[in-house]
Every structure is written in C-alpha cells, then in structure tokens.
Design a protein around this ligand. Structure first.
Ligand code: F6P
Length: 360
C-alpha cells in the first residue's frame, strides 16, 4: 500500500484544486486500491503539527473548476524552518515535519507551491524524504518552468480590470494607476498590461524615472488623448531606489507614508501632470475564482506528471513545462532561484514597438 501525503503551501491561486485532482485521479488510475492519499491541512503547517486526513476518491470529484484549495494553505517562511521553538522543546519545524513524515509512514509527499515552498521541498529532499512538487503561482516566477498554473487565470482577471477601468478613464478623461500583483517579478503586470492596452507598464525589473512617465502622459494629452492607463507592478521601483543598498531600500519603504507604491506614484504624478488621477488596486481578486481553460489543462498535465514520477520513484523533482513539454526538474536546481522577466524579452520589445512606455 502506497501512502501519499499532499499539501498546498503559500498564497493560493487558481488551478490548485485542478492540480490536486490531476494527481489524485492519476494515482487512483495507476494504483487502484493500493494507494491511500492523505490531505495535509494548511500547507507545511499541517505537516509540522500533524493535521492530516485520509481522503476518499470522491473528495477529488467536482473540484476541477473550484478556486482556492480544498486542503487549505498557509505561509511558512523558509527562514523559520530551522529555528528552534522553545514551546516545542527546542525542536525546529523541520524536525517536526521529518518526525511526522516517518510517523505516518508516507512513501512520498506531493507539494504544490511557489518559490518559498519549493525551497522547503528541497530541504525535505535533502533530509532524505521522497518529494515531488508542482509549480503554482499567479506570479509565474518559479525557476525551471516556462509556466506556473494560476498565471493565465490571473492575467485574465487583471486584464478585465484594465478593460473596465478603460471605460471610466475614457469617459472622464482621467489617468488611472492600476496596481497589479507581483512583488519581485513583473510577468503578471507585463502580460495584463499588454492585453489590457496599458499606456505605461512599470515592472520591478525596469526601474522607472517619474519625469519620463510624466512626459509620456503629457505627450498623450498633447496628442488629444485625455486618458491614460498605467499597469503598475506591486514591486515597481524608481531608478533612485534601484541604486540604493538593499538595507536602505527596505528602510525607506518601511517608512513610506503610502499604503503601497501605486499611491506614491499617483501622488508624484499629480504635481507633474495636468489631469485627474485615480488609483485602482484589484489586490487578491487576482488570485480568486475558477481557473481558466489553459490553467485547467496545465494543472491536469502537471498532476498526471507528478503521479508518473511517483510511479517511477523519480523523487526529488518538480514538474515543469519546458518548451511545451512536461519534464522533471531537480528541486536542487529550482530552490532559491527566481524567474524574472528578461528586460529584452519579446513581449517587452513588442510592447515598446507599439509605443508602450516602461517609464525608463
Ligand atoms: O505570490 C503570490 C502573491 O499574490 C504575490 O503576487 C503577492 O505579492 C503576494 O502573493 C501577496 O501575498 P499575501 O496573500 O500574503 O498578501
């Protein structure tokens, strides 16, 4: 009898349930009554504190289109994994996860998550556990895969926001600064910005010059276009900030009087541009609702591939999409790396060619 534990960790996104379903259905197809799947509650937290339950095949039915995760999730930062916890006799979270894995006699853990999650999955692998992982996140920033599930669904939502904002922006002749998720990388604002017809796209990878943005907006006004749409990454930063030491940057941001960067940007533009400016923050809407068709297919492919790796006992890998094919990617290579947007990628070049400004 195979005992497989499955968990989802980090921020939720569309396609988690579709992926869980893909893993489970493939495992039942392959092993029939010879497999037990244990749902671990709230990500690594459930593995640390021993909260899990034996799932039934019917638990995985009817969840293809369901947003969120039926297993629950939580953020358990990697840096906390090896810290002794006095309230647990000095044990670390890692100690407790290893203990529980052995106590429950798991044959393998299936771990669905983003960058931090993959790092911890690799730590478990280094400690000798059998681990197979799947790349999830709306940010599409997991190294080793061309695509994560959740990204395309989120692009649809953020694009829809930009479409809706367009009607108000044009009717009122206003400038709208729309904040799109993505702290460290800008795939989501880049794709949504292009798809939603943004005039300016600001990414963490391309620090902006506020005066250049103001000039772009002024030029549009001079050309009779009273409205403008800015797709602003959550992690957008100015050229001055990019030149700072990491420590100074963090301090400056902690002391910033605005709730997030898009408000500061709007304020800075207000004194430079002669037009009404509004801010829109769709926030966690971008992670909600049903996965789009693309993500349902990708999740199913990833899920089936994860089950295949278990069948082949090919542990220690994440499943990734590389040049259109699903392949195993060693967790040792994935852990600790970010897939940022190359500043000369085709999407950026095409956007520049049609006149979209990146504020640089
Ligand atoms: O990693 C996904 C993501 O939505 C990022 O785009 C965003 O910066 C972050 O999570 C928000 O995290 P939380 O849900 O903890 O506020």
């Amino acid at each position: 009898m195979k005992r497989i534990g499955i968990l989802t960790s980090g921020g939720d996104c569309q396609g988690l349930n579709a992926s869980i379903r893909g893993v489970a259905k493939s495992l039942y197809e392959e092993f029939g009554n010879d497999v037990e799947i244990y749902g671990i509650k709230d990500g690594y937290k459930g593995l640390i504190f021993g909260e899990y339950k034996l799932m039934k095949p019917e638990d995985f039915s009817g969840i293809l289109t369901l947003g969120g995760t039926i297993l629950g999730t939580s953020r358990q930062p990697f840096k906390t994994m090896c810290l002794p916890m006095p309230e647990f006799g000095g044990k670390t979270k890692l100690d407790m996860m290893l203990e529980n894995y052995r106590k429950y006699k798991f044959d393998c853990l299936v771990i669905l998550g983003g960058n931090g999650t993959q790092k911890t999955a690799n730590l478990l692998r280094e400690e000798g556990l059998n681990v197979v992982s799947l790349p999830k996140t709306i940010d599409n920033d997991v190294w080793g895969t061309d695509m994560t599930f959740g990204f395309h669904s989120s692009v649809e939502i953020a694009t829809n926001v930009l479409d809706c904002i367009h009607t108000t922006a044009t009717s009122h002749g206003r400038i709208f600064c729309v904040e799109i998720m993505g702290h460290k990388v800008g795939w989501l604002p880049l794709y949504a910005g292009i798809a939603g017809g943004a005039d300016v796209i600001l990414l963490p990878e391309i620090p902006y010059d506020i005066d250049k943005i103001a000039k772009t907006l002024d030029n549009r006004i001079a050309n009779g276009k009273k409205f403008s749409i800015l797709a602003v990454a959550e992690g957008a930063l100015s050229k001055e900030e990019a030149a700072m030491k990491k420590k100074d940057f963090k301090k400056a941001r902690a002391e910033m009087k605005y709730p997030s960067i898009v408000y500061r940007l709007a304020d800075e533009l207000a004194s430079r541009v002669d037009n009404e400016i509004r801010v829109c923050v769709p926030g966690h809407f971008q992670r909600g609702g049903s996965p789009c068709a693309y993500d349902r297919v990708l999740s199913t492919r990833f899920g089936a591939a994860a089950a295949r790796l278990i069948r082949e006992k090919n542990y220690g890998n994440m499943v990734g999409l590389v040049n259109g094919k699903i392949v195993p990617v060693p967790l040792s290579e994935v852990a600790g790396k970010l897939k940022t947007v190359p500043v000369d990628c085709e999407e950026i070049l095409a956007a520049r060619e049609i006149g979209i400004s990146f504020g640089d």
